[in-house]
Design a binder for this molecule. Sequence first.
Ligand code: FES
Ligand SMILES: [Fe+2]
Length: 305
Amino acid sequence: MRANFNNPAVNVQSWYVVARSAAVGRGKVRSFDLLGRKVVLYRAASGRVHVMDARCPHLGANLGHGTVVGEELQCAFHNWRFGPDGQCRAAPGLAEPPQRHVRAYPVQERWGLLWLFNGPEPLFDLPQLPAATRFWTLCPPSQHIRCHPHLVIANGLDAAHFEALHGMDLLESPRLTVEPPYRVTVELRGRPRAPLLRQLTGTERGAISASFTTIGGHLAWTAVQEPIEFYVLFTGRPTATGGCQTQTVFFLPRGLRSLRAFATTYALLRDDRRILDDIAFFPGFTENDAALRAFAAQVNEMKTG
Ligand code: FES
Ligand SMILES: [Fe+2]
């Protein structure tokens, strides 16, 4: 049996982005390929979104062709109806609804995105902003990176690469905090070496001070305190081709100060893509890779779903 870390054959239980909220209007039904299965989303009359496996347990039709009836989803093939819990509630022509059900998933809508948890109950929540009202939210288009999502999510834990790849001088030793079973944090304080980036980030005399926290195996929460306070949530789900479909959510200060936040993000991320798109990973960790090792160990202990 292979471990979970960097293993495209399994999916650890986590929140995954399925779609943008706007893609599923009231009364609408959409199906998506996700985590090696087909799921169906529908927005019921109440406005709530429900998610379940898309294969009808009668003859296997795609419930994505169905219609919303109140809070229920009706299959287009023989009009069986399913409740938000996935249980069959009605089957025309049969005296009783048969004891059939489809798997339903916990779902939530946050920041204009629809999130599914691939387990019976969420094991952890999405991150909370300290003071949400002071920030505006930006969800840039999703990107595809040609490596497993675990490598994308763990990137911020790799303190050494900030000096080598991102051209930063670290001003203090990185601090590592491991909080089993779902969190690893690395705190960094550093400054870009390139004069132009120092100018754009406003760190000629100051520094970039940031913490990177993995939450489960597919969420990474970046909290930047200097030169300006902002937050970035990185999330990635595996694709059928063994890559990572990312979704990033920025929580930015208002006005022109957000430009400094973008410059800081660039300083922290530049050149990652070049490496991650072309990596054939193996876990040759050394004592300098304690955070990566801790993350991989946590992922290997997580339930799959
Ligand atoms: S296949 Fe769905 S009701 Fe028959
Ligand atoms: Fe990086």
